[in-house]
Design a protein around this ligand. Structure first.
Ligand code: AMP
Ligand code: ZN
Length: 452
């Protein structure tokens, strides 16, 4: 069955197939580890996980690399301002290394609770400084760089197709700077290497280079590390939509200038998760919702996963707490249905399997696939069907029953009392459940249990 994916580079859905070795080389831009990741970031990481699971379900092998940005991402994407990690280290009075490792560990724990499959390799920017310097030297050899007082810059006017990933032409792209050009020759030019400032606070993270002491620009790490581990042409490169105009456009320019080959066959981007208050921002406590915020309000990270799967990845997702509560009930409903499912294969399962595959193989239509999954579970289907489907959804339906067996037995008993109109007995069981920390709600699809 063909897999169709929306390729940002071509601005349309295309049939995606593997090369003859059946291996998909996939690179996804990872976290900048200076603060906890917010649920917007996790929307993109969940999208990438679903993509990977769908490719695995299609029978491909996936070689996945994700970077950890632990240096070089400046406060503005404009190659200006302080390094985000150095700034946080200064505020917290800790070393930059401590900050980076702490948030990297937290990220790794978080993705586990979201059932995100880990990449084959995490690559830290600080562990690849030599590779980045080598790549900058190769770009320099092509005559595409120039020097300013604060660094070595890529001259985007020297390549004919700069900005081809972005929907507007080069003149429409806001500059990498979005501030006065200063010594930059073109607004879209970007830093490959920045010099440590001669004045002001001393940088903790700096390295010698052929151009002077300093640190790599933010974009060069992804070009250097993706090519090192996955070769000159990736099969798929992903990130959030905010990366299209600057970060990924710069990556393409750097990599293709050196190799002369396409840097990726497919580019895929996840639309943003937003709040009614506006953009999610790690710098603002009101709009910085993390997994901890969700847990503090009694949610499971998998409720967020369910919510994210309910909206197509190319559509913006407006986050609301009520919608998250809805996602939680739906997930628990699936889990409680699962407990009652038969072991033996049921008639009609193959048809449901096809409906789910058709949906996810059509540019990851997870809302349609979830609807088919729900319909299947009600039919019913066997437990092994649910486990097969959950390889794609990753919702831990069945694997981690949130409701203990004795509670389920009580719920069943209460249901049978209700059917016999033995209301008093049914109420007594309800109170017993409440004392054990469970609330039972009667819906038209049957009873649904929640932890109180
Ligand atoms: P960062 O840690 O800022 O480098 O971002 C990690 C990933 O999250 C990148 O792929 C970003 O494009 C993505 N991202 C950032 N903000 C959002 C958001 N509000 N919604 C969805 N994805 C986002
Ligand atoms: Zn990147």
């Amino acid at each position: 069955m063909a897999v169709k994916l929306f390729n940002t580079l071509r601005r349309k859905k295309q049939i995606f197939t593997a090369r003859p070795d059946n291996v998909i080389r996939m690179y996804t831009c990872g976290p900048t580890v200076y603060k906890s990741q917010h649920i917007g970031n996790y929307r993109t990481f969940i999208f990438e996980d679903i993509l990977k699971r769908v490719l695995l379900a299609r029978g491909y092998q996936v070689r996945h690399v994700m970077n950890i940005t632990d240096v070089g991402h400046l406060v503005s994407d404009a190659d200006e301002g302080e390094d985000k990690i150095e700034k946080e280290a200064r505020v917290q009075k800790r070393s930059a290394r401590d900050i980076a490792r702490f948030f990297e560990m937290e990220f790794k724990k978080d993705i586990k609770t979201l059932n995100i499959l880990p990449p084959e390799r995490f690559t830290r920017a600080t562990a690849h400084i030599k590779d980045q310097i080598k790549l900058i030297q190769a770009i320099e050899k092509k005559g595409l760089v120039y020097r300013t007082a604060d660094g070595i810059y890529f001259d985007t006017s020297r390549i004919s197709d700069y900005g081809k990933l972005a929907p507007k032409n080069i003149r429409g792209i806001r500059s990498g700077a979005r501030v006065a050009l200063k010594e930059k020759r073109n607004p879209t030019d970007f830093a490959l290497w920045k010099f440590s400032p001669a004045h002001g606070p001393h940088r903790q993270m700096e390295w010698r280079s052929p151009w002077g002491i300093g640190f790599p620009g933010w974009h060069i790490e992804c070009s250097a590390m993706s090519m090192k581990y996955l070769g000159p042409t990736l099969d798929i490169h992903c990130g959030g939509v905010d990366h299209i105009q600057v970060h990924h456009s710069c990556e393409i320019a750097q990599s293709e200038a050196v190799t002369g080959k396409p840097s990726a066959r497919f580019w895929m981007h996840c639309a943003h998760l937003t709040l009614a208050e506006g953009k999610m921002a790690k710098s603002s406590p009101e709009t910085n919702i993390t997994l901890k915020t969700l847990k503090d309000r009694g949610f499971d990270p998998l409720d967020l996963r369910y919510l994210v799967l309910g909206v197509h990845y190319r559509k913006p997702l407006l986050f609301r707490w009520e919608a998250l509560a809805g996602a939680r009930s739906a997930r628990l409903k699936l889990a409680s249905f699962y407990q009652a499912l038969p072991i033996k294969k049921q008639r009609g399962e193959d048809n449901f399997r096809k409906r789910i595959e058709d949906a996810v193989f059509d540019d990851l239509n997870t809302p349609r696939a979830l609807a088919a999954f729900f319909a299947a579970v009600r039919k019913p289907v066997s437990r092994s069907f649910v486990l097969w489907a959950d390889h794609i959804f990753g919702l831990s339906i069945g694997r981690r029953s949130p409701i203990p067996r004795n509670i389920l037995v009580l719920v069943k008993k209460r249901e049978s009392c209700r059917q016999k109109k033995e209301w008093r007995a049914a109420d007594e069981i309800r109170d017993l459940l409440a004392r054990q920390g469970f609330r039972v709600k009667d819906t038209k699809d049957g009873p649904v249990i929640h932890r109180i």
